[in-house]
Design a protein around this ligand. Sequence first.
Ligand code: MLT
Length: 408
Amino acid sequence: MAHINDNYLKLKAGYLFPEISRRVNAFVEANVSADVIRLGIGDVVKGIPRPIVDAMIEATEEMAHDESFQGYPPDQGQEFLREAIAEHNFAARGVHIGIDEIFVSDGAKCDSGNLQEIFAEDCVVALTDPVYPVYCDSNVMAGRTGEAEEDGSYAGLVYMPCTAANNFTPEIPTGHADIIYLCSPNNPTGTVMTREAMAEWIAYAKKEQAVILFDAAYEGYITDESIPHSIYEVEGAREVAIEFRSFSKNAGFTGIRCGYTVVSKELKGRAASGEEVDLHRLWARRHSTKFNGVAYPVQRGAAAAFSPAGRQAIQEIIAFYLENAAIMREKLSAIGITVYGGEHAPYLWLETPEGHDSWGFFDHLLNEAHVVGTPGAGFGAAGEGYFRLSAFNHRAKINEAMERISRL
Ligand code: MLT
């Protein structure tokens, strides 16, 4: 019999969101008439903007003709898309990113899960707690941790607790780390990192010769001009940081799939021989070996997200979800729930009301209000006592969910 990767057996439970779906489906089966409102997984509900869809239709039509048909896409993504990304997401903010430093992919989840493959098994990984589960689980699978503890944490990882007590700001570890995962705007807490905080992380990474894996999938939600949209806006990041971006939560591509990763050409790692190696070269090798590119029509659609009409439509969608978040903040605060986030992010992070732990509050909301959220403990031990609500839903559903919660 083939030996399995035993590290998979260390994983405590199923992946968080399928686990929630399982519980919700069981509830729905037992309560067929319940009108369940889903504010759990951060999945968008608004249609993809027309200029983007038109670009995808046109590109699909091109595929029907020998003269314009496209086969395998270029490894790192179409130049027209990488040029639009470099211009609009970086040059427009004063940052130079070469188009050869951009790797177009099927999304930030996949890239943030896969990137750890280019590092050695004995690298020390630092994570915020709570954390987007992909960063943690992918390192468990790769064997960089010991067994799970009772509270769901894993031996061998460096956890940086983020709670109300430290304003959800991860403290720089006192010891060494090789790989550091940061996410701003943060999933799940919905809070943002300042330029000064990013500069401190860059200084720490330089001192420890560590690499920061910076997830900026929600940067479109930043409403305060002083908050960087990219870690590359901060001096020194090119030597220490890799950045993940996504078209999911802005252009509505959660089902279409497109994102990208920026790997600066200044980043280095060390081989067992002691030799310095370009991380860009390693990721390029991994990407071209295990990935065959994003569909041409999807890349045309992603590029159309940068057209004037595409940008305008995306701004309107983001404003809509942020207004949902503002409504939720107001209604929940009015009934005495302490709420964080939701100002530069589509997520609200609540303190669970007295008498409920986070899975208890999940059950309570589901059973009594037929509203689905995500228990904070599912994102890590320090998420216990917290609960995440997503602002991705239609306005009527948001209003109805708030009404039901207020009546509890
Ligand atoms: C979430 O709910 O945290 C997100 O939808 C997860 C993701 O983007 O993969």
